[in-house]
Write a protein that binds this ligand. Structure first.
Ligand SMILES: [Zn+2]
Length: 629
């Protein structure tokens, strides 16, 4: 290979004459003329009028009025950096048909060539307001983005439906919204509205609250009161999916009760779980101050007995009411949607939310303890077998929302993904175990949660924190060298995942031949034996440096035959069992496009699935943690 390269270089050197001086330009000057956001009141209230009745084609038609008091250069912005998405994910490509006029005259707009979410205009003298008209042409199929409108359901996010003036903190821009929904539909949101038929007039608020108050609407709707201040708003593809049993609603009530008991305050006036049960509307899990958007698959209530399903989602999103929405990493807070946010503390924002999500699902009885233990084992095994931890510290994955915007990855075990979620969970389990040990059982992470997340009841603003604040809060609960521990876990590379918290809390990760119940039933999971997983359409993951990787198995390969016989998942598992302790490799015939090839996997360790087993006697730390309060 090296020889071939140098031969090519030689050839190049002899045929291309060397230039004394290549052409060498200077960059074209560019001056950013978009005003910085300032903490001052915008003079006047924006009016937003959305026609959301075209459910067939998913087109939202918007009219917007923006009052103006000055003439000359002005910039209108489309929200770009969206809270909760942790990245620049505004769907600017779907903003169409933009027309801006003032005093009856059409104005010419010019898009900023660097920030393509910004539109420059020149406000003529005599103008009192700008009249805007545009459409949000939402995804018609899922490869264009999340499908937000179907014939029976709609997920309306105001950041997609509006522009706002640059130069102001968004909390200082007053706005009033009105939405027309299809006849006979209902709509729910954290923002109160007065409905007249299918027209909803939303309470006047500021632009930050409006963007934080999405709407879930649909033809089939059923609300459930979970507490005097919390509502579960369920929408679905069909009325049968709304048939929740009383004991299922009771479990959701206990979720609210357990979370409030733990955190101590309620950071909202009223909270709405906006739950869509659908296989048509795009899935979602997005936190807000007074609501959360929760998109789950069909069967949420009707296939309850089949296992935990999507029941971790609501506990996770509800935890964000305190962790993420109310308490927020200082560098993740921004005054508008143009200022880039930074995620250095996402291992608290998402990591501890992931931690509490699993605790609350168990304390409430939404998910059984046995199923939660299997989920923990699956998380631990996945991170412990992630070779990428040798080169990439977990903290670096907090940049992933910007690096990859949730696009699928090939070699996840060598690239890492947004590991701050689940590895954050492991770190907070370690913190809990140290709190218990150092305090001789008198303190736990519940004390930290109360100290760190409890706020003024009803306050749905934000209180920001830094790394130092986290260390200080932990030290106030129990003195320890938290700074060194957290710095190691967040910033250093390591061979192994931080599993010590579970071990100190009395449980150990083991591998047995018994399948892990947290794994999807449609997946053939051989991640910890051959090092691969298979979906309906072939191989979906190959673990870096695993036996399958060493044998040359590729992502996207289909297995045609196993040891000379046609492939089935069970036949492959049988072959792994048969090869245990033997010498013969497992032979696979692989297909990729119209190419076929044989590989031999030299693996003799048998089937291996992750589980947690109790090592402690009596009630262990983890048992105490998962007990209802
Ligand atoms: Zn989250």
């Amino acid at each position: 290979m090296l020889r071939a390269l140098s031969a090519a270089a030689l050839l190049l050197a002899t045929t291309a004459p060397a230039l004394a001086q290549n052409s060498a330009p200077q960059p074209a000057a560019f001056v950013d003329t978009i005003p910085e956001a300032r903490d001052m009141a915008y003079p006047g209230t924006m009016l937003l009028d959305v026609d959301a009745t075209d459910t067939q084609r998913g087109i939202f038609r918007v009219k917007q009025t923006i009052p103006v008091t000055r003439t000359g250069h002005m910039v209108l912005l489309y929200p770009k950096w969206l809270q909760g998405k942790h990245g620049p994910r505004g769907e600017i490509e779907k903003l169409t048909g933009l027309q801006i006029s003032a005093a009856g005259k059409r104005l010419q707009w010019k898009r900023d060539p660097v920030d393509v979410f910004a539109f420059h205009i020149d406000v003529p003298s005599g103008a009192k307001k700008l009249d805007l008209e545009f459409q949000f042409a939402s995804a018609t199929v899922s490869n264009q983005g999340r499908v937000v409108m179907t014939p029976a359901l709609m997920s309306l996010q105001f950041n997609s439906m509006s522009l706002y003036p640059a130069g102001y903190y968004v909390r200082r821009i007053p706005v009033q919204a009105r939405v027309k929904y299809p006849e006979g539909w209902s709509a729910a949101s954290g923002l109160p509205a007065k409905a007249t038929g299918s027209i909803y007039n939303y309470e006047k608020t500021n632009y930050e609250v409006l963007v934080d108050s999405p709407v879930l609407a649909g033809r089939y709707y059923r609300p459930f009161e979970l507490s005097p201040r919390v509502t579960l708003d369920v929408f679905a593809d069909s009325p049968e999916e709304l048939e929740a049993k009383p004991e299922q609603i009771e479990a959701h009530k206990r979720l609210v009760d357990q979370a409030v008991k733990t955190m101590g305050s309620q950071q909202y006036d009223h909270y709405h779980f906006l739950l869509s049960i659908s296989d048509e509307l795009g899935g979602i899990g997005l936190e807000h101050h007074r609501s959360s958007e929760n998109g789950v698959s069909l069967g949420y209530f009707t296939k309850w007995a089949d296992g935990a399903g999507d029941r971790n989602l609501l506990p996770h999103e509800y935890t964000h009411s305190w962790d993420g929405k109310y308490r927020r990493g200082a560098d993740l807070w921004a005054p508008d949607y143009r200022t880039p946010t930074r995620g250095s503390l996402l291992w608290v924002y998402e990591g501890q939310t992931q931690f509490w999500g699993y605790v609350f699902q168990t304390r409430s009885g939404l998910v059984s303890k046995a199923d939660t233990l299997d989920s923990y084992a699956s998380i631990m095994a996945s991170l412990d077998n992630r070779k990428a931890r040798e080169w990439r510290p977990m903290g670096d994955t907090t940049n992933d929302p910007v690096i990859s915007s949730r696009a699928p990855k090939g070699w996840v075990s060598w690239q890492r993904s947004e590991d701050y979620y689940n590895e954050g969970l492991l770190i907070w389990m370690e913190v809990d175990s140290i709190l218990r040990e150092q305090s001789k059982g008198t303190k736990s992470i519940d004390d930290f949660a109360r100290a760190f997340f409890q706020g003024r009841d009803g306050d749905y603003g934000e209180v920001t924190y830094t790394f130092d604040d986290v260390v200080r809060a932990l030290n106030a609960v129990q003195p320890y060298d938290w700074r060194t521990l957290l710095d190691q876990r967040v910033n250093q590379v390591s061979q192994r995942a931080p599993l010590a918290g579970f071990e100190r809390n009395g449980y150990k990760l083991v591998y047995t031949e018994e399948p892990n119940k947290a794994t999807s039933k449609t997946t053939v999971d051989l991640a910890y034996s051959l090092g691969l997983t298979l979906g309906a359409k072939g191989i979906t993951s190959v673990a870096w440096d695993s036996p399958a990787f060493e044998a040359g198995v590729d992502l996207g390969d289909e297995i045609v035959a196993v040891n000379g016989r046609g492939y089935t998942g069970d036949r492959l598992k049988d072959a792994v069992k048969q090869a245990r302790g033997g010498k013969d490799p497992i032979r696979l015939l692989l297909k990729n496009g119209d190419r076929f090839r044989d590989v031999a996997i030299d693996y003799h360790g048998g089937l291996r699935y992750p589980h947690l087993v109790k090592t402690a006697t009596g009630e262990a730390g983890l048992d105490k943690l998962l007990q209802p309060r």
